[in-house]
Design a protein around this ligand. Structure first.
Ligand SMILES: NC(=O)c1ccc[n+]([C@@H]2O[C@H](COP(=O)([O-])OP(=O)(O)OC[C@H]3O[C@@H](n4cnc5c(N)ncnc54)[C@H](O)[C@@H]3O)[C@@H](O)[C@H]2O)c1
Length: 355
């Protein structure tokens, strides 16, 4: 048996592939375009594992995807591939339209062609799982109930609009063509192998480097935080037992303001790796101008996933954030390769020059 994972050299996809192969002998074909966010260093431990087949390429490349599907005959496709950083989508939205919308469309069409050619039994067993975000629901005020799956779509950034569009395409491919799809919308992930453009790794690494810890606006933007390994277990569970055509929200039940997250990280670092001058890392906090259109609050109601499929996160924010800080302290080489850009050299060595 085989599954096809797209975007498996990114943060969540990489964790998913590592977790999958730690628990299963089922082959993973990993299709990733290796944009700046793709990092094969994350998958270094799988180098000699025949159950991991890495393919450098894009979800939008129909001939390539069709060839892969025909050759490997996966029983499921899990789509993590995306442009994922809101700030980058504000500065340059076109890659987001290209990958998240056009790319998902092309992937759906390739998969539909493959699925239609399967035997009745394989056709019924096949799954297309699309990984999406809570940002498609827009923003909440402090008193609003958290986002349920029935919340209307109100995306506010080019990133969330492009993800919303991809969710609609996935939904339509189910309703129109019968493709057996599942969609998950999750909150902010954190954990090992997170590219340091995102808040949590950025703060850990800037703190250790003695640099300012930038906080947008007043730091009171609230997010729900989901430990990445909990997200991976939720995806495995939805893949296994999710109802076709359904959407499942995945959250950690951990609403925190950004400033609170940063203060927690500083407190853990103060304990595990105190500053030489004895001051707290919190002294490095620096408030910077807010992001345009910054959503104020996201919160996830993950009760449907618990009720229907019995999934609950294993980590609290306190346990997950401690594991995360410990992981960054224990893996300076991975961090150094990312920070210096050397992970790109390593990819080039392995796979030739990448545009
Ligand atoms: N990180 C989060 O907190 C979060 C929260 C909610 C939803 N999501 C969603 O989860 C998914 C994974 O997020 P992530 O944080 O791991 O992102 P990431 O940016 O770390 O990784 C994305 C991966 O996709 C690859 N990729 C980009 N374009 C591609 C293409 N055209 N074809 C093949 N591969 C391509 C990149 O090389 C990279 O390896 C995304 O769909 C994202 O929208 C992420």
């Amino acid at each position: 048996m085989t599954i096809l994972v797209t975007g498996g050299a990114g943060f969540i996809g990489g964790n998913f592939v590592l977790d999958w192969l730690a628990q299963s002998e089922e082959t993973v074909v990993n299709l990733d375009a290796l944009t700046y966010a793709g990092n094969l260093d994350t998958l270094r431990s799988l180098r000699d594992k025949p159950q991991h087949v890495f393919i450098h390429g894009s979800i939008g490349d129909r001939p390539l995807v069709e060839k892969l599907l025909a050759e490997h005959r996966p029983r499921a496709v899990i789509n993590f591939a995306a442009e994922s950083h809101v700030d980058r989508s504000i500065h340059g939205p076109s890659d987001f339209i290209e990958t998240n919308i056009v790319g998902t469309f092309n992937l759906l069409e390739s998969v539909r062609g493959y699925w239609m050619g399967l035997s009745a039994e394989d056709k019924q067993a096949f799954r297309f799982l699309h990984v999406s975000t809570d940002e498609v629901y827009g923003t909440l005020s402090p008193q609003d109930p958290p986002f349920a799956e029935t919340h209307r779509y109100e995306p506010n950034s080019p990133y969330s609009a492009s993800k919303a569009a991809s969710d609609h395409l996935v939904r339509a491919w189910h309703h129109t063509y019968g493709l057996p799809v599942l969609t998950t919308n999750c909150s902010n992930n954190y954990g090992p192998y997170h590219f340091p453009e995102k808040l949590i790794p950025l703060v850990i690494l800037n703190a250790l480097a003695g640099k300012p810890l930038p906080i947008y606006g007043d730091g009171q933007q609230v997010r729900d935080w989901l430990y990445v390994k909990d997200h991976c277990s939720a995806i495995r569970r939805v893949l296994e037992a999710g109802r076709l055509g359904e959407t499942y929200n995945v959250g950690g039940w951990n609403e925190k303001a950004n400033l609170q997250v940063v203060n927690t990280i500083c407190a853990i670092l103060d304990e595990l790796k105190p500053r030489a001058d004895g001051a707290s890392y919190a002294a490095q906090i620096a408030f910077v101008q807010d992001r345009p259109g910054h959503d104020r609050r996201y919160a996830i109601d993950a009760r449907k996933l618990e009720r229907e499929l019995g999934w609950k996160p294993a980590e609290t924010f306190d346990s997950g954030i401690r594991k995360t800080v410990e992981w960054y302290l224990a893996n300076p080489q991975w961090v150094e390769n990312v920070a210096s850009g050397h992970y790109r050299d390593w990819i080039d060595q392995q796979y030739g020059q990448i545009a």
